[in-house]
Ligand binder design. Sequence first.
Ligand code: UD1
Length: 337
Amino acid sequence: MKILVTGGLGFIGSHTVVELQNKGYQVVIIDNLSNASLDVLEGVFAITGRVPIFEKLDLKDKSAVQAFFKVHQDIQGIIHFAANKAVGESVVNPLMYYENNINTLVYVLQELTKLKVSNFIFSSSCTVYGQADIMPIAETAPIKPAESPYGNTKQIGEEIIQDTCNINAKLNSIALRYFNPIGAHESAKIGELPIGVPQNLIPYITQTAIGLRDQLSVFGNDYPTIDGTCVRDYIHVVDVAKAHVVALQRLLDHKNQTNFEVFNLGTGTGSTVLEVIKAFEKVSNTKLNYKIVDRRPGDVVSAFADTSKANLELGWKAEHTLEQAMLSSWKWQKVLK
Ligand code: UD1
């Protein structure tokens, strides 16, 4: 069964390609290599022993997208990761984000809905909830005004899919709202490849520990949490990847209850920044150089998932602990150096 993975060389995309191949799917990857490397294909091959079909293609090129789908009429499902994801960059360059994350989604959906089978999995984010009033956050929590153009593209993306599903009963779609995906494949053959200075906590921690950065800045310790630092739901990327395969299978088996569904992907447990640092220090047996600095603008105090919908309806549950995820990130960092 042929499955298209857009952005399949990226962090979550590459781990999902591995899980799809492990389950016997034939994978076609589209990636424009703007934030990924071709070496990832070798990593995937080293793990699964199979090379996915790869096309270097920019989804902003509408005629190239049309030409691609003419050749691949037998695609049974699409997992759509291709998008920009840096919150700060989106504030500086909003039009780039709207073009890259919205236009491309529209072009893919236009072609998908012409196929005989239209199954679609969308990368969404817990950012759509903003600072939720009730923890843990269920899928029924209100969608708050987006804090950034990046967040807005996730909200608009879900709306575009919902509107398209409303008038196209043949289109079946699931939006997966990720909390904080971290970690790397246990083989340390694939992982996160941040370009430049990492914006996210875990690559910043591992780069500091290996000596690429001097010191981690912890953004604020005066939040109303157990130790004053922000709370997030850190989930191992392999658990996230597996959820995509389960969600796709749900669509292929016609088990979905409506033709647009949303699920949270998290562990259900919140951890503070200091708890993450402690977990890292324990598994790496190192002492991390960090200091407390001012709050980072735009950070929410706390966000962790109510995962009961995904647990019950998808039959999926995150299996890795925070320590296992931190250890895998550390192993990966040591391979990267
Ligand atoms: C953000 C986005 C999320 C996006 C994700 C990945 C929001 C609300 N969330 O998550 O949608 O999918 O990035 O790009 O926009 N921290 C430090 N020092 C650092 C880095 C981070 O203390 O050097 C802290 C942050 O203050 C935060 C936690 O670590 O409390 C996690 O930060 P980060 O990894 O950037 O993820 P989010 O901001 O939660």
